[in-house]
Design a protein around this ligand. Sequence first.
Ligand SMILES: Cc1cc2nc3c(=O)[nH]c(=O)nc-3n(C[C@H](O)[C@H](O)[C@H](O)COP(=O)(O)O)c2cc1C
Length: 193
Amino acid sequence: MTSLHNKKPEALELLRTRRSVLARNLTNPGPDKDTLRDIFEIALRVPDHRKLEPWRLILITGENRQKLGEKLAAIRAANGETEPALLDMERQRFTRAPIVVALVFSPRDDGKTPEIEQLLSTGAIGQNLQLAVAAHGFGSQWVTDWCAYDDHVKQELGLKPHEHIAGFIHIGTPRQPPRERPRPALKDKLSIY
Ligand SMILES: Cc1cc2nc3c(=O)[nH]c(=O)nc-3n(C[C@H](O)[C@H](O)[C@H](O)COP(=O)(O)O)c2cc1C
């Protein structure tokens, strides 16, 4: 008989095998509305010292992916970039995957909780989100690049001055299963005190 204490959930297999899938290898369909909602609810269940909730998500789908891409191309053009292929790449940056989620780090100053703890909680949201996506049978990639750090992009997405983009998490159906990548040897990362 299994009990809560000895049950070996399928979750372990998922945790052992999860891999990112490059955004360009993510295609339709993305998760439907209900699945996305479940993914987001799971994502929000993270450790969070003093319950500050120093994070939020912005969903970017449909034509808004193109709209944001046009904005990126305009920013690069305004910065003197003229290479048509590069500007085109920016236009299409967010249409590679059917769904993009901007993860926003929104630190709060309660006079007690170091910002790094709030950033760690935000990172946990990203990982939880990717795990939930994988558990639902989809693939994802967490991407930053220049656009995560650009003030015009932050403004376009409605971020406040003190907020940061922790990443754009691309979600969709993998065109092919990702291959494993080398992982660090545990002996190099674990020491005994
Ligand atoms: C905060 C953060 C930003 C990242 N930004 C990029 C990026 O801009 N471009 C990229 O190719 N990978 C980026 N990555 C790495 C990928 O998301 C992914 O973690 C990496 O390819 C390793 O794959 P794995 O998740 O299968 O271990 C980023 C990861 C993190 C945590």
